[in-house]
Design a protein around this ligand. Sequence first.
Ligand SMILES: Nc1ncnc2c1ncn2[C@@H]1O[C@H](COP(=O)(O)OP(=O)(O)OP(=O)(O)O)[C@@H](O)[C@H]1O
Length: 714
Amino acid sequence: MALATPTTPWLRNAVLCVAIGIAVLAAGQLLGHLTAGWIALIASVPIAVLIGAHGKRKQMRRQLADRLLQAVAPRLGLRSLDRRAVKLTRWSRGWPGVPTQVVLRYAPGLDDVDPQWQHDILTTTTRLLLERYRIDLVDHQRCWLRLQLAGPVEEEDSAPAVQVRAERTISELIGPTASITRTEFVDGELALIEGHHQAGAKIAASGYRARIERVLSTMLPGRWRAHWDMENDGFRFELRPSFPASIWLPVTARPDAEAVLETYDSLAIPYGVDEDGEVMVWRPAVDPNLMLVGSPGTGKTVTAHTILTQVTGYGWPVWVVDGKSIEFLGFQSWPNVQIVGTSIEQQVAIIHRAWEVMERRYELITSGQARESDFEPLLVFLDEWADFRANLMSWYAGIKVKGDPAKPLVLVEAGSLARKGRTSRVHLVFGTQRPDAEYFGGDMRDNFRMRVSMGRLSPQGAMMMWESPTTGTSIPRGCRGRATTINDDNRAVEVQTYRTPDPRKAIPGSDEARLLNQLRPDCVVHDRLLIVPPRGELDIDTSEIDEPTYNDYATAKWVRATDRPDLDPVGSCLGDHVDGRTLASPMTVFGLSDLTEGSTRPRPQLRLAHAGAAAADSATRPALPQTEEEAGYDPFEGYRFPTSMAAHFLSAGDLVLVDEDERTWGVLDEDPTEDLEDEGYLALSWRSDDDDRGVLSVPTDHSFTVRRPIELQE
Ligand SMILES: Nc1ncnc2c1ncn2[C@@H]1O[C@H](COP(=O)(O)OP(=O)(O)OP(=O)(O)O)[C@@H](O)[C@H]1O
């Protein structure tokens, strides 16, 4: 639709006016009235200026009305552009002035009470006339509406760039019917966008809704989430709340440890909170096994301790296979922890005995002597499985005798526990450093439906854990205890896991020690147990000692700790007189120190001069910025060497140098998306190790320094 250009006679009229003045002057000269002629000419000039200005202003006002007509015509339902449909009246003074009243005629049949329609008309008028209007009157019968000037669009009212970007993105994604009704800023940051739409059919597809959420998160700074009001065609996008750096395990009312069978079915063990503070729980009766995956230092052991301290309070016996041998030492004397296996021999025995318990319980069911509800639950921690497995294989190679299977039986037994544990109420908490095809292949995946991946995952690991190459791949590594897990809606969510102190490390009298005292169950229902190491037997034929076999270790005898204090590791810690530092020094380890067993020789003092120099040195040395080692992790671990790469080759999970000057690296939390605001540009949403985040909009061929994640099976 186009409008015919109106004639603009103001210039012609002005020239005509001066021409008349000149003609009057000429006539006055001929007729001898020269003075009158001059007066007429002089008077004609300001009159010409007035005529010209008036005409020019009228032309400008008409052009403005035409532009408004063209902009609102589709919303007014006009088939052709008709100047009578838009009337700008009651102009304020000025050049060309402001119409204080706008009258618009619309086609009959339009839904003129639709707030969206009215909002669109107002928005378009405000955009064109650069003033704010309000609807003064809608004449439904004669199909016209009147807008009144509501005041100028003040500078602070104009939407900040991020809001404009958000509006464009939303209208691009949802369609032209999307209209924003409310925005909210927190500390200068856009935090909430609310509105409605008429694209119900499009939005009904959950995949499309997920895409909108993803693209919005890429286009706007911060991580966004969407809430859809499907009934009323409404939407709310909000910035995801941030997590606290650390949350100590809350102390709750002490459960009744004697009522272990009664509480079994409803038991829910809290282990962290999501971004809304919603508590995440593990329900062993529903999901019998829990899998904890995370590289070193991500908080896997602390989460295992969180589980342990709580289940023991409910009277569950706990057995621990501690693949690293030192992670659960502090819990050796914790009430209801029956055994902590720190050597490979003990660990093999624990898994075998747990398997025996399970098998025995199956027999009791089949013989009709017991029902599932009679079984006291048993929780077995298989921590640092990869370490355990490696130790096991090398130990087994040395101990295996003729007739033993190629692989240690304990591996099969552990798999069997994962599969069949539920019925016999033998549960597993399985901890390992990275997801592995071994635990996720076949039906194993179903045996570990309850999973927590601690810290950042590689895209390949994310695929294994969460069947999505992006879930959990941008967890900031500076945030210990941050994890991904499944919530009650079966959705993978980011959580901050609870922090539980390690009794071995808690300093007496500290807050951590006090918290442990509050968490410590006051009812010991299960005695501590010890494994009696098998002894070699004398072979009468050869007169040689036959070393114990794999089977001897797996079936070694168990006794109560009180019956064999000589074997009990609890209480047999360092003597008072020899400090740990001396015992741990390489000189002692290599047998080069004077320290003999039971010696009271103190640790040698540093020579004074040396000590003084060291003190002076540390006093004058400026504090170094925190190095990567001090930060507790290598920021590039798990990533390849840096390469240069164009933006359009990047993908989610890549570690990108997002700020060359500040040397800021950020991991892409989504694949680059076409920037809906700038054609030919890509939007890159990144998140750093300190949980800083941002969006970069760059040409598709913009080059970045990139480290790609190392694939798992290399
Ligand atoms: N939930 C948490 N909140 C805050 N800090 C935590 C949390 N969990 C762990 N940390 C911190 O991270 C450190 C390492 O945690 P943890 O020992 O559990 O890691 P890990 O994954 O088991 O590593 P490793 O395999 O090396 O033992 C802890 O000493 C603690 O300082």
